[in-house]
Write a protein that binds this ligand. Structure first.
Ligand code: NAP
Length: 314
């Protein structure tokens, strides 16, 4: 099978950590070019402008976008207009309307568009969903607490409107929740804690309505020092389950389940699975634009009570 030529745009932290090694390790793909104003990858043709890439390299069929959400729409729309398949980092855009517009454009052009949710590809998420499928939910509790200084050093965009603040990691938890719950929930209340000197929240708590009356809540906090927590605890009429380490570890009724990827490491295996799925979508002319995690984030910004908290400085 021939590999497909792909361009990566927005060469920063996640491109270097995950996208480049995942593409390099896959027979599906050949990294043919990059688009980035400053970043580049040794040995790969580098552009600083998406329009020039699209004009100069008609042989590149797929463009994968790894820049922050706010500037992503222009890049995605340009690539789709030029008839290329597009893969979007999470969250797929800065607004829901942008994402809807991209999907319409992709359909008009007959190309594939993939809103990736890397946490859904964590090792134990599928197994957790399968376990839950025939059970009655009593409660689901998300605790997503991490140290922003450790994970997002110097990322000014994340603190600006459109950067999502603590919802940048929080949407990962919501992407898992929306994948594993048999019945959809919707937000009924939220509190957003916004530092006095920033535009986006440093912490948030969410309370969801569940059709069967289960208690479904989430707490996101970026002020966590020491141990980091990315867990979803679920209680049902037929047992309890804990997804920990961002979906990499699963415990059912106190028994740790066999670890498919070997080391319980968050992110392990996630990006190779995203690229394998993109290859399938391109081959089959498919589309995957599930916006449900982002709908909850948008609802939190619509409904959330804002509380000003002490300034945050790195
Ligand atoms: P980043 O390193 O701060 O940014 C990636 C690159 O995007 C930058 O190096 C920059 O490259 C380009 N960029 C930044 N602002 C831009 C703008 N206004 N216009 C055009 N390009 C711009 O961010 P990141 O951590 O890789 O995150 C990028 C996306 O990946 C986010 O949506 C994030 O949620 C997602 N993600 C991140 C992680 C993580 O661990 N960091 C994990 C999973 C997903 P140039 O200056 O060279 O153009």
């Amino acid at each position: 099978m021939m590999s497909v030529r792909i361009a990566l745009a927005g060469i920063g932290k996640i491109a270097g950590d995950q996208h480049v090694p995942s593409i390099a390790a896959s027979p599906d793909w050949e990294l043919a070019a990059t688009v980035s104003r400053h970043g580049r990858i040794d040995g790969v043709e580098a552009f600083t402008d998406i329009e020039r890439l699209l004009a100069c390299r008609p042989d590149i069929e797929v463009v994968s976008l790894c820049m922050p959400p706010a500037p992503r729409f222009e890049y995605a729309a340009a690539a789709l207009r030029a008839g290329r398949h597009v893969m979007l980092e999470k969250p797929p855009g800065a607004t829901l309307a942008e994402c809807v517009a991209l999907e319409a454009l992709a359909r008009e052009k007959g190309v594939s568009l993939y809103a990736t949710w890397h946490s859904r590809e964590a090792a134990q998420v599928e197994k957790a969903g399968a376990w839950l499928r025939d059970k009655r939910l009593v409660s689901a509790t998300i605790i997503w607490k991490e140290d922003v200084r450790r994970w997002h050093p110097g990322q000014d965009w994340i603190w600006r409107a459109g950067g999502l603040g603590v919802f940048d990691p929080g949407v990962n938890a919501l992407s898992i929740l929306t994948a594993i719950l048999p019945e959809p929930v919707h937000l009924k209340a939220a509190t957003l804690e916004v530092p006095e000197n920033r535009e986006t929240p440093i912490a948030a708590s969410l309370d969801f309505a569940h059709p069967g009356g289960a208690e479904v809540t989430a707490v996101f906090d970026w002020r966590q020092q020491g141990d980091q927590t990315w867990t979803i605890d679920v209680e049902t009429d037929a047992g309890r389950m804990r997804l920990a380490d961002g979906g990499a570890t699963l415990t059912i009724d106190g028994r740790k389940q066999a670890d498919a990827d070997g080391d319980g490491n968050a992110l392990q295996g996630e990006y190779p699975r995203l690229y394998a799925r993109m290859a399938k979508l391109v081959r089959s002319g498919g589309m995957d634009m599930d916006l449900s995690p982002m709908i909850h984030v948008a609802d939190a910004f619509l409904l959330g009570r804002r509380v000003t908290v002490e300034p945050f400085d790195e």
